[in-house]
Design a protein around this ligand. Structure first.
Ligand SMILES: CC(=O)CC(=O)O
Length: 269
C-alpha cells in the first residue's frame, strides 16, 4: 500500500528555513510585523568626544554637542513575540547622508535578540527591562517609565516621559528633535577560521517609514511632553555613562502598527 504523504510529513521546519537551526528556526521569515507598538524617545544633547569610542570608522556625529536619543520600546505583539527593548542612538552623518546610529541596544527575549544581530546588525545584548505606564498617554496621564539593569541589580538607565499634548504628524515633522531619519547599525560577523578578518563588516541602514499610526478614529497617536534620562555611572561591561545627557531637547511617545523592512548596505565613503 502507498504511504500517505501527509503521514510522512516532517514535524521540523522546511529546507531553506529563514534562520538557524534550519530544522527548527528561532524566528520566521519576513514580513516582520508589529502591532500596538509603544515607542518613547527622549532627545538630548551629549558630549561628542565622550561617546566617540562607540562609533565605527566613517561614522561621525552630525553636530557638536552630539544629538542623542534614549528610546524605549514596548512591543506587546510582534512576529518575534512580545518584548521590551531600549536603545541609545546618536544622530550621525556618513558620506553625506544622515542617520540615527544605534550603538547600544538591549532586549529581554531571545528571538528578537538573534534576529536583530543576524539580519540588521543590531548589536543587542540581553538585559532586565521594566516598563510601566498605561497603553494610551494623555494630558495628565501617569508618566511612562523604562528601567534597564544588566545584570539584574546593576542599573544602566532610567527613562521617564510625561505625555502632555497630542501632536499631529505634520507638527512632528517640523520639530528638529523629532527628525525621522533611517537607523544605522554596524553589522560585524567574525570569521570562523582563526586569523581571518570578519566575514561581514558593513553599515546597514533601515528605513522604518512609512508607519501606520493608530488612534481612535484613525488619527495619529503621537504625544509630546517632558522627558528625563538617567544613565548613572554605567558598568565595566556597559559604560553607558559616556552618553550622559547635557541638556534634554524634547520627548515623544507614539502608538503604532508597522512592518519592519530588511536593510540596505551603506557605503562608508
Ligand atoms: C528583531 C529586531 O531586531 C527588531 C527590533 O527589535 O527592532
Amino acid at each position: 500500500m502507498a504511504a500517505d504523504p501527509a503521514a510522512r510529513m516532517s514535524p521540523v521546519g522546511p529546507a531553506g528555513a529563514a534562520s538557524m537551526p534550519v530544522a527548527a528556526p528561532l524566528y520566521p521569515a519576513p514580513p516582520f510585523e508589529f502591532r500596538g507598538a509603544r515607542q518613547t524617545w527622549v532627545v538630548y544633547e551629549a558630549d561628542a568626544a565622550m561617546l566617540a569610542a562607540y562609533l565605527p570608522a566613517g561614522v561621525q556625529p552630525d553636530s557638536d554637542p552630539a544629538v542623542c536619543a534614549a528610546w524605549a520600546c514596548h512591543y506587546p505583539s510582534s512576529t518575534f513575540g512580545p518584548y521590551l527593548e531600549a536603545y541609545l542612538v546618536v544622530r550621525v552623518e556618513v558620506a553625506g547622508e544622515r542617520f540615527w546610529y544605534q550603538p547600544v541596544i538591549v532586549t529581554d527575549a531571545e528571538a528578537p535578540m538573534a534576529a536583530g544581530r543576524e539580519l540588521w546588525g543590531y548589536g543587542k545584548k540581553l538585559a532586565h527591562l521594566t516598563w510601566s505606564g498605561r497603553e494610551a498617554g494623555g494630558p495628565g496621564a501617569e508618566q511612562l517609565v523604562m528601567t534597564v539593569e544588566r545584570p539584574r541589580g546593576v542599573r544602566l538607565m532610567t527613562l521617564s516621559m510625561q505625555p502632555e499634548r497630542l501632536v499631529s504628524g505634520e507638527e512632528l515633522v517640523s520639530l528638529p528633535a523629532a527628525e525621522m531619519l533611517p537607523t544605522l547599525s554596524h553589522r560585524m560577523v567574525p570569521a570562523s577560521e582563526a586569523g581571518r578578518p570578519p566575514v561581514v563588516d558593513e553599515l546597514v541602514a533601515v528605513d522604518v517609514r512609512p508607519r501606520a499610526h493608530r488612534g481612535a478614529d484613525g488619527r495619529p497617536e503621537l504625544w509630546r511632553g517632558r522627558g528625563a534620562v538617567d544613565l548613572g555611572s554605567g558598568s565595566a561591561a556597559d559604560p553607558w555613562q559616556v552618553f550622559r545627557p547635557l541638556r534634554v531637547l524634547d520627548a515623544f511617545t507614539s502608538l503604532t502598527d508597522f512592518t519592519l523592512p530588511l536593510g540596505r548596505v551603506v557605503p562608508r565613503s
